[in-house]
Design a protein. Structure first.
Length: 375
């Protein structure tokens, strides 16, 4: 225990004597949370749109105002013909073109559904679907208000003719803010990067400077060396996690509904995996550049399969099975669940079991690999 304590103290002294590394561990992380909290979003905004109004009636102009004045879109102006709409799409000037048919006013007046055509640039399938859904919702909202006024003039209510109405109740994120969902997840990514990269760099740096061999000729065991290297970066990981969680609440006003102790327990378990990755990459790397490349290659694979960008349920079945060995997936789920829903240990026992198993396996492999490499 005394040897491990001495190693931990030695590591902190090295960090204290390297003020640049300390700044890199703190300032860039907070800056990333600030920028990515606004940049990484599932919302689709500022989509350029053009409209071709072939009806040119009060009804069609009312619909044009409803779409053009919405803050989700950038209205680039009217198009005279459908061919001009297509030309603007081909040139990349707009992403969506809306064409109002000539019989629009007559169809609306007769109570028939008018066919409004949406011409969508489908290169980015996800953004195109979302933006197209936004416009469809705006058109449906306009139609609902129009028929509500028409029925009111006849002394009727819209509720008298609708067979059913949907009254959504949105839990946990009632405002549907993507930052509430993405910022807690970024805490997982940044803590992973810091702990894995710093641990790997620390061991590689010892090897490059020749001090690793000096440590190994002492009575110090390789297990003690790895544990002594891991503890400081685990502490740094906790500090980073606390800073990001507080920043999310203070700056982004994201409510924290769970228990901090629950997140810290899971973070402790998870860091055995992230730090183990750093130790593993350091055993196969001779330089810091090699350690960086190996760690980045592993982490980018884990991040893409963690549910950070795309729900795991949307992935092919065999890919979903592959994600079961991904520790980032489970910690990502835990942080989001605890942060927004207040979920406790009773509901997250499956994630806890998976993280313990993966953490023991990864850290155990790291210890074995390090011992074999330096033995």
């Amino acid at each position: 225990m005394n040897t491990i304590r001495a190693l931990v103290w030695k590591e902190f002294r090295q960090l204290r004597n390297d003020p640049i590394s300390i700044r890199l561990m703190i300032l860039p992380v907070l800056f990333q949370v600030l920028v990515l909290g606004y940049a990484v979003t599932t919302e689709v905004r500022n989509t350029p749109v053009t409209i071709c109004d072939r009806s040119e009636t009060p009804q069609s102009r009312s619909l044009v105002r409803a779409v053009a004045g919405h803050d989700l879109f950038v209205f680039t102006g009217m198009s005279r013909t459908e061919r001009e709409v297509r030309r603007k799409l081909d040139a990349g000037e707009v992403r969506i073109g809306m064409v109002i048919p000539p019989d629009f006013a007559r169809a609306v007046g007769e109570g028939r559904a008018a066919d409004v055509e949406l011409v969508v640039d489908g290169q980015d399938a996800n953004s195109s679907n979302v933006a197209g859904g936004y416009i469809s919702a705006i058109i449906n909202g306009w139609a609902f208000k129009h028929y509500t006024r028409k029925l009111a003039a006849m002394g009727k209510s819209i509720d008298d003719v609708l067979p059913a109405r949907v009254r959504p109740v949105i839990l946990f994120n009632p405002l549907l803010k993507s930052t509430w969902y993405m910022v807690p997840a970024m805490a997982v990514l940044l803590v992973t990067m810091v702990t894995a990269l710093l641990t790997g760099f620390s061991i590689v740096r010892e090897r490059e400077s020749g001090t690793l061999e000096q440590l190994l000729v002492t009575p110090l065991r390789s297990v003690d060396l790895v544990v002594g290297k891991s503890i400081p970066f685990m502490i740094i990981g906790f500090v980073e996690l606390v800073a990001i969680l507080l920043f999310a609440q203070v700056w982004f006003w994201i409510p924290f509904r769970g228990n901090y102790a629950t997140i810290f327990v899971f973070a402790f378990i998870y860091m055995f995996s992230s730090i183990g990755i750093g130790v593993l990459t350091s055993t196969i790397s001779r330089t810091a550049h090699q350690a960086l490349f190996a760690t980045w290659f592993i982490l980018i694979f884990f991040v893409l399969l963690s549910g950070f960008f795309l729900p795991i349920e949307n992935m092919p079945r065999w890919v979903q099975e592959v994600t079961r060995i991904n520790p980032v997936r489970y910690f990502m789920t835990v942080v989001r669940e605890v942060f927004l829903k207040g979920t406790g240990m009773r509901e997250l026992w499956r994630e806890a079991g998976a993280m313990v198993g993966i953490g023991v396996a990864v850290y155990g492999c790291a210890l074995f690999s390090f011992k074999r490499r330096v033995g």
